[in-house]
Design a protein around this ligand. Structure first.
Ligand code: ADP
Ligand code: ZN
Ligand code: ZN
Length: 735
């Protein structure tokens, strides 16, 4: 490769060579300079460059800039992969902003934005869905009956009509070898199909509040304005999204709809496709890489009019953007918790500002951050108070479980309500946010309990698998037959997980199907949808599950929701625990009585007088959120202050403490910064690694962000940094 020879040693005597600056997918907070290729290259294009002993695909961030360092042996770009920029100016600007704000290595931000298949040194995949058609020779061969077996079957199929590969997969499994043979013989030819959608289905007439919400957002088409649409589950938020997306489409624009979980995507996708009659692309991390890249490219070319996706879909190019919607905006799944620690909701707002389009955030339980933004006048609030079809709000009651005779943690009042409901042929949801049989295993004789040596936390009993599992590090151990400490045989599972509740309910209600829905029963793809699809709308059933059940999938015959085991959330040290508990209770409760039948919600607790629970049940989420906001303001906690968290871990405690002490000393002495720590992490040991942290806080973002980049650079240069793993998290959501 070409190396730029330094002609003079005194930097001031020479013009620095013009270089291209490239973001490479390495965890370093810097960009890399290369000599430009012969024909030049535009910013936003991918290039192949030498890096160490390897070659890497990077994105050109700037062209025609002076080399940052004189006298370095500059290498040349090996190959330009794109004819024009793959990332347009808006994406480039957004990514640069995001990398800066969340303190990311720039290359990692670009790597997040590009689907994996586009990070390889290959030409772009075809965006149209490929398939096959018969050639003239193929038609004659078929008429002559010259082929047999699967070749014959494929000829017959293609004689009816050209088929896409997806259609062939269904119609003729194992068709590919036959297609290869026929392709070689010139009897079939590849064909590309432009994706098409079915004719749109009519929309229901909107209610007055829905119409007002639609009108307000539509008035902002063509300029940036955030909205917060606040409405309980079933109040018709999705209909508002659909109406607005339809309007954006009619104006020739694209729309992006983000949902927090893949589990929510299938039914939303169905509704979008039915209603809009245009191609809808889905983008999430479970998608096959080729598919994901094709969807991304179709959005970039404008072929895709509507994009539905989870967190990473916020990086979809939208050259004709008209609207961005973020559903369930309060959901923590929007925050990436490793590497590039961005928040997709916040990034959606940044994109909306750059693109000049309205951003609609929706939730039944808005985040305190968004409510504070409404208070500050930055977001416009829209409300849906009435449920369509005039179904009453579910009635919520506290079940005081103190001094009750419990059956596997279930009180007589709760079991009575379950019995009444299934007798009426209706369905029950028992919500418990813990999977497994029991959260602990205790020796009745000596008090020993099973603990994970790598985390120093109790291990969860999984009875069916006869295993102890650590839910923090996934360590598995065989269930001991006797107590390892005293040899006693009375080992007792303590507390209840979903598996135990399922067993208890199945034993008590032998004639009613009991379905458990948690991460274990839904490991397979689509298992969640399939389990729920198997439910009959007109028959009794009992569902037991974790927060996976809190949303998604309409269950019209579900009339009782029983919430058990929320008490842990009342005693957490995390200042966000109250907000999360309130959101979870309201979301789960929202599952009851979605159709014509009124719903009922029971909340079983040992703390019936807890102010949060009392307030929530008496006055609802909005009032509780107000109280929580007032508490945050008094304590100067987010959203009334801003935080960055330094997390550190290592195999030993000493290097963690040493690094944190030096990191503390390296912080600029700015009175605007408040520092908490160094201190142990909430879990001081996890997966065998000792963990510590340091929290930096300020009332405004300015001084915080001014301090962070220099601090990050200083940290990287500390000798003690080499003995630990560390990361900085801006606006952390769990401390
Ligand atoms: P959310 O997104 O707030 O949970 P949805 O938009 O899914 O609410 O609406 C809940 C149910 O009510 C859906 O079955 C939907 O089809 C129906 N629905 C919503 N708005 C209307 C309306 N204006 N007229 C008739 N049905 C509606
Ligand atoms: Zn014992
Ligand atoms: Zn563990």
């Amino acid at each position: 490769d070409t190396v730029a020879e330094p002609l003079h040693w005194a930097a001031h005597e020479v013009a620095m060579p013009a270089v291209v600056r490239v973001a490479l997918p390495v965890p370093l907070a810097r960009l890399f300079d290369y000599l430009p290729p012969a024909g030049g290259v535009a910013a936003g294009s991918r290039v192949l460059v030498p890096f160490g002993h390897k070659k890497m695909v990077g994105v050109v961030v700037a062209t025609d800039v002076e080399a940052a360092v004189a006298g370095t042996r500059l290498k040349s770009v090996l190959h330009v992969l794109d004819e024009g920029p793959l990332l347009d100016a808006e994406m480039m600007q957004t990514l640069a902003w995001a990398a800066d704000y969340w303190l990311a290595a720039p290359g990692e931000a670009y790597a997040n934005a590009l689907p994996l298949a586009l990070r390889e040194p290959r030409p772009l995949p075809q965006t149209a869905e490929p398939g096959y058609a018969l050639t003239v020779a193929g038609q004659s061969a078929r008429d002559a009956g010259s082929r047999r077996g699967s070749s014959r079957a494929l000829l017959d199929l293609l004689a009816e009509a050209p088929h896409t590969t997806a259609e062939l997969d269904t119609a003729l499994p194992g068709w590919r070898p036959a297609a290869r043979r026929l392709l070689d013989a010139g009897l079939v030819e590849p064909r590309v199909f432009a994706p098409t959608g079915p004719a749109p289905a009519p929309a229901p007439p909107l209610g007055a509040e829905q119409q007002a919400a639609v009108d307000a957002v539509a008035q902002s088409f063509g300029r940036f304005q955030p909205f917060l649409l606040d409405g309980v589950t079933g109040s018709g938020k999705t209909e508002v999204y659909l109406a607005l997306i339809a309007q954006a489409l009619a104006a020739g624009k694209q729309a992006l709809l983000l949902v927090p979980e893949i589990g929510l995507a299938p039914q939303t996708l169905r509704r979008l496709r039915e209603r809009l009659g245009v191609p809808v692309e889905v983008i999430h991390s479970n998608l096959a890489e080729g598919e994901r890249a094709r969807a991304w490219l179709r959005a970039r070319s404008g072929e895709a009019r509507v994009v539905l996706g989870t967190r990473s879909a916020v990086f979809t190019p939208l050259p004709q953007a008209g609207l961005i919607v973020v559903d369930e905006e309060h959901d923590g799944a929007y925050k990436q918790q490793e590497g590039f620690r961005y928040h997709a909701r916040d990034l959606a707002l940044v994109r909306g500002r750059t693109l000049g389009v309205p951003v609609l955030l929706g939730s039944a339980t808005p985040s305190l951050e968004s409510l504070a933004n409404v208070d500050a006048g930055r977001y416009l609030a829209l409300h849906l108070r009435a449920r369509p079809g005039a179904v009453r709000r579910p009635q919520v009651q506290i079940v005081d479980m103190r001094a009750q005779r419990l059956d596997h943690g279930l009180s007589p009042a709760l079991l009575g309500a379950v019995a009444d409901t299934v007798e009426r042929g209706e369905q029950v949801l028992v919500f418990r946010n813990r999977r497994g049989y029991a959260p602990a295993l205790l020796c009745h004789a000596c008090g020993w309990h099973a603990e994970c040596p790598r985390c120093e936390r109790p291990m969860t009993v999984h009875a069916q698998r006869r295993m102890l599992v650590c839910h923090h590090c996934d360590r598995h151990a065989a269930m001991p037959g006797v107590c390892p400490a005293c040899g006693g045989v009375e080992l007792k599972p303590q507390g209840q997980g979903t598996e135990r509740l399922e067993e208890a309910l199945a034993a008590r209600f032998p004639d009613v199907p009991v379905l458990r829905i948690d991460r274990e029963t839904t490991r397979r793809r689509d298992a969640f949808e399939q389990l729920l699809d198997g439910l009959r709308d007109d028959a009794a059933a009992i569902l037991v599950g974790t927060q996976m059940l809190a949303k998604g999938h309409d269950l019209p015959n579900l009339t009782l929701v029983a919430i058990v085991g929320v008490d842990e959330g009342l005693h957490s040290v995390d200042f966000r625990a109250g907000e999360r508990l309130a959101q979870l209770v309201v979301q789960v409760a929202g599952r009851a009585g979605r159709a014509r039948k009124p719903g009922r919600v029971l909340l079983q607790t040992h703390h019936p007088d807890h102010p949060l629970l009392r307030g929530l049940l008496a006055h609802g989420y909005a009032a509780s959120a107000r109280e929580l906001l007032a508490e945050r303001q008094q304590a100067m906690l987010p959203p009334y202050s801003h935080q960055a968290l330094l997390r550190v871990d290592a195999h030993q405690r000493a290097p963690v403490d040493a690094f944190l002490a030096e990191a503390h000393a390296a912080l600029p002495a700015d009175p605007a910064l408040r520092i908490a720590g160094p201190m142990p992490a909430p879990m001081p040991l996890r997966a065998g690694r000792h963990r510590g942290q340091l929290l930096v806080e300020a009332d405004t973002r300015g001084p915080l962000h001014a301090a962070l980049r220099p601090w990050q650079h200083a940290l990287a240069g500390l000798p003690s940094a080499r003995r630990v793993r560390w990361s900085l998290d801006v606006d952390p959501i769990d401390l």
